[in-house]
Design a protein around this ligand. Structure first.
Ligand code: SF4
Length: 510
């Protein structure tokens, strides 16, 4: 018998006890856990003859005045008492799950805000339908659209449509979690968990690059850290800097996988009076001075495969202004690659030392580039039985969320709820306190979720009136799973959810 199977066994629903083991009923796995051990997800254990949620319920502390310094709930000078004068919020982090929600959510907490009674319903949701959208700020080609993304050799998602200056991945989802092999589901769950908890994960894109992704950190593409995202496409770069180059050089080409720009032909150059140079770009001309497909996508200049920019130039035309001595600047959209040429007697560009007069403009491109980062958005469907822990009539919660009467947060972080049916939410994991996400081996991700609404609205939608408690009571007595309470400062950029809800119900910005 393995160490893991000694720790827990899974059974169909039945007795709460099997020998000296207790059954955890917080997810469909229903582990039987021996005294002093934890279950398969390590979130619940059998301690002292009762099932205990091993992590503490996380309370967050918010500054009272907007813009004022956040006072840590358990910070310097804290005397150990869970009492303070700042705003508190009981998050669902560590709260536990009342799966399958035949009973009310673990915590239903009331607070009065500016004379209005508000209720927050707190639970750790089990998300079988979930994934992450990853935005990677880079022009470099990571892989073709729809290419499979692998982690630890397993398919965990795919490349999706790129955005302006960024490549996008769509990872997870129910098909990878539960529709493939056991290993695919386990690795997908593990990958999502690491990404949501802001850890670094190495991903391999079929036919493309290896990239290390970590929320809030620069991507590492094939072993190279990406420092900057492009200032814009080649055409936009021409528009931004054409006036700076006027009088300093005869021609400028901004090399870009999307749109390569040529200043003498571009509208911006024409307006400024740039003269023809007889340049010819090998690519598909879109509009004057804007060229598509000068190369295949790659890891070279401006996200192309190019290492020698002259490769995209054809013959120079003397009838259209080409002449010996004509000067040419070629630069990438991040300003990281640049070169200077002059035409010789045969109208062939010859590389020359980079002139000082152009250094400032190239530096300006670099300065205008933002730092390249990875962004991880958790996307989950808070449907199904989770809603039954909030109200006796689950569809009422969906309608209340869609009607903006209920404000949804994940670990106190504001979420975007997709329009249309259901409660499909999206949250930036950087706004969520550390270590907020967990998993169960079904496999599925566990994410904290809180619903905040006016108390009268809560009662009207069939809420569990008898279960409503004060924050102080939660602090003093804890909950069904006997876990500890811990406190810490809320991420400074998140609004206090009860106030955010109140402002929204009053038609103001939170
Ligand atoms: S996997 Fe975790 S939540 Fe699920 S039954 Fe086992 S211990 Fe409980």
């Amino acid at each position: 018998m393995s160490e893991l199977s000694e720790r827990f066994e899974t059974h169909a629903p039945g007795d709460k006890l099997a020998g000296d083991k207790l059954r955890c009923d917080a997810c469909p796995v229903m582990c039987y856990i021996a005294e002093g051990r934890t279950g398969a997800c390590d979130r619940y254990g059998n301690f002292g003859g009762r099932i205990v949620r091993c992590d503490p319920v996380r309370l967050l502390d918010y500054a009272v005045e907007s813009g004022a310094a956040v006072v840590p709930f358990g910070g310097d000078g804290w005397d150990g008492e869970l009492v303070n004068t700042t705003r508190r919020f009981v998050t669902a982090i560590g709260a536990g799950t009342t799966y399958p929600d035949y009973k009310p959510a673990p915590f239903i907490v009331s607070q009065e805000v500016e004379g209005v009674d508000l209720v927050t319903v707190v639970t750790e949701g089990i998300f079988s339908y979930c994934g992450v959208k990853v935005k990677i700020d880079t022009d470099r080609h990571l892989g073709a659209e729809t290419a499979i993304v692998r982690s630890q050799g397993e398919a965990v998602g795919h490349v999706t449509t790129g955005e302006y200056g960024s490549q996008m991945l769509s990872l997870g989802g129910v098909h990878h979690l539960t529709g493939g092999s056991k290993s695919e589901g386990r690795v997908t769950c593990d990958t999502l968990l690491e990404l949501c908890n802001k850890k670094a994960v190495e991903l391999e894109i079929e036919g493309g690059a290896k990239v290390v992704v970590q929320a809030g950190q620069p991507p590492v593409i094939d072993g190279t850290v990406e420092n900057r995202m492009r200032v814009g496409c080649g055409s936009a770069t021409i528009g931004m800097f054409a006036s700076q180059w006027r009088g300093l050089v005869d021609e400028v080409v901004v090399v870009d996988d999307h749109i390569t720009g040529v200043v003498s032909e571009h509208q911006a150059g024409k307006v400024l009076g740039w003269e023809e140079t007889g340049i010819r770009i090998i690519g598909r001309r879109s509009t004057p001075g804007r060229y598509f497909k000068v190369s295949e996508p790659g890891l070279g200049w401006g996200g192309t495969t190019i290492s020698d920019p002259l490769a995209i130039l054809g013959e120079w035309n003397p009838k259209k202004g080409a002449r010996p001595g004509l000067s040419l600047l070629m630069v990438s959209t991040t300003g990281e690659q640049f070169a200077y040429y002059e035409l010789d007697e045969a109208l062939a560009p010859v590389a020359k030392p980079f002139p000082e007069r152009l250094g400032k403009s190239v530096k300006l491109i670099e300065e205008n580039c933002e730092p390249a980062l990875c962004t991880v958005l958790f996307v989950g469907g808070a449907g199904g039985s989770l809603r039954a822990g909030v109200t006796e009539n689950p569809v009422n919660l969906t309608r209340s969320v869609q009607g903006l009467k209920t404000y949804v947060t994940v670990g106190g972080a504001p979420v975007y709820v997709w329009p249309g049916g259901g409660i499909t939410l999206m949250v930036d994991v950087l706004n969520v306190p550390d270590g907020a996400f967990g998993y169960v081996p079904t496999p599925a991700l566990v994410a904290p979720i809180e619903f905040t609404l006016r108390k009268d609205d809560y009662l009207a939608l069939g809420g569990f009136a008898a279960e409503i408690r004060s924050v102080d009571d939660v602090v003093a007595r804890g909950g069904e799973y006997f876990n500890e309470r811990s406190a810490g400062a809320a991420p400074a950029r998140n609004p206090w959810p009860p106030l955010a809800q109140l402002r929204r119900s009053q038609g103001a910005r939170p």
